[in-house]
Write a protein that binds this ligand. Structure first.
Ligand code: PLP
Length: 437
């Protein structure tokens, strides 16, 4: 048999035989708490029979049907989305097979819309300095993720970039009271320098995902940034691939600031990891304008796959039946309290941050000066590896100048005692690693 290279680039590769609830089990029967929910995906936990059954039924009963047509599973997903999840303003739905495709589609929809309404000069989309939107050339380029652009810079399309809010390291001072306005002013500056009349949209995560490590902006940032977009005819695209569907303790993270995005993107938790699925949700007016202009919103062959929609319908129903959004808020508050209690005075933890069951710590060489450990020390990678050896899987984060981030996004069914284990193992892993740096 030919020896195949897997993964494509060599890395740590353990073998998981099965998973149940919040736990993964290796081939040698080691139990690992999945504090990352995979890649912050597994919202309702692993191994739900009911979801597996729905996926099997869809596959058996209507294996593949072109994306624009309905199937019972697509209808079931739309019903639960419309009844329990989507804001009333977002009525047009386009499904992809993941977050990257959804972001790419959303960018094209924004450009199409501006063309359709006669704003033909609006060809630019503003991205931010810390953030992640996907793997294609356009979504990688608009991402604030230098690590994932290395070796590609010469070929990437260009997007204007504005600084992401990063209160801990705000140039005005850590958690400065004017930091929200500071970052909004930077957005205003870029709109002025690029020319509002040339800008189609602003693409951002409401709470920054693993690239920044659950960075929550200052409270006044989003309301002012959203208003600025609106005043200037710039569509607000919220990437909720990581934060959507309950992860941050509300249905969607933008709701923390009562925002009204023009387009919202989802992925990950939408089908809870049971199948690949991404979603683009847009205002009615956007769909209508594109429709009237006769532009195409082309599907991906596997977008809205019937089995993935079946998974989403079940996962999102379970979330409602078991009040998992509320649970994300309450268990999230518990997780944050435990993290604060553990790390409040820790000499190497600069910040515990996040919302709901999405949390991260930023590890530093010096907590007072915020000096970082040298990149070569690979502190967060080592913490993740140490945690894994101790039986907890964390999600490493950071990119470029943002480093030594450890993220948590466990299944929303995690218990208090499992949460305690996640926190105590993290503390032990941080201590073990920094003692050796
Ligand atoms: C905020 C955000 N957007 C987009 C993506 C890309 O989604 P996918 O990996 O499903 O293509 C990710 C993946 O981590 C993400 O976190």
């Amino acid at each position: 048999m030919q020896k195949l290279g897997w993964p494509f680039l060599p890395g740590r590769n353990i073998r998981i035989e099965r998973a149940a609830g919040v736990c993964l089990f290796t081939d040698d029967e080691r139990q690992i708490i999945d504090a990352a929910g995979g890649a912050i995906v597994v919202n309702v936990g692993h191994g739900r029979e009911r979801v597996a059954q729905a996926v099997a039924d869809a596959t058996r009963n209507y294996t593949y049907v072109v994306p624009p047509w309905l199937t019972p599973s697509r209808q079931a997903m739309l019903d639960v989305l419309g009844t329990h999840w989507l804001p009333e303003t977002l009525s047009r739905v386009h499904c992809t097979s993941g977050g990257t495709e959804a972001n790419e589609a959303a960018m094209k929809i924004a450009l199409h819309y501006q063309q359709a309404i006669g704003q033909t000069q609006r060809s630019k989309i503003i991205g931010r300095s810390i953030g992640y939107h996907g793997t294609t050339l356009a979504t990688a380029s608009i991402s604030g993720h230098p690590g994932r652009k290395e070796g590609l810079q010469h070929a990437l399309p260009k997007f204007p970039e504005v600084a992401s809010p990063y209160p801990l390291r705000c140039p005005l001072g850590s958690f400065h009271e004017n930091s929200g306005q500071y970052y909004v002013d930077l957005l205003a500056d870029i709109i002025a320098s690029e020319g509002a009349e040339n800008i189609a949209a602003f693409l951002a995560e409401p709470i920054i995902g693993s690239s920044g490590g659950a960075i929550v902006p200052p409270e006044d940032y989003w309301p002012a940034a959203a208003a600025l977009c609106k005043e200037n005819g710039i569509l607000l695209i919220m990437d909720e691939v990581m934060t959507g569907f309950g992860r941050t303790g509300s249905a969607f993270a933008h709701e923390h600031w009562q925002l009204n995005p023009d387009i919202m993107i989802s992925g990950k938790g939408m089908a809870g990891g049971y199948a690949p699925l991404g979603g683009v949700f847009a205002r009615e007016e956007i769909g209508q304008a594109i429709e009237q202009a006769g532009f195409q919103v082309m599907f991906n062959t596997f977008g809205a796959h019937p089995a993935a929609c079946a998974a989403a319908a079940e996962v999102l129903s379970i979330m409602v039946e078991e009040s998992l959004v509320e649970r994300s808020a309450t268990l999230g508050a518990y997780l944050h309290k435990q993290l604060q209690d553990t790390f409040a005075d820790h000499p190497h933890v600069a910040e515990v941050r996040g919302r709901g069951l999405f949390a991260a710590i930023e590890v530093v060489a010096n907590r007072e000066s915020l000096e970082k450990f040298p990149r070569a020390s690979q502190v967060s990678g080592r913490i993740v590896a140490t945690g894994l050896n101790k039986g907890v899987f964390y999600y490493g984060g950071g990119t470029g100048e943002v480093r030594d981030i450890v993220c948590m996004g466990p299944p929303l069914i995690i218990t208090e005692s499992e949460t305690d284990q996640v926190v105590s193992t993290l503390a032990a892993s941080v201590d073990e690693v920094v003692a050796k740096v």
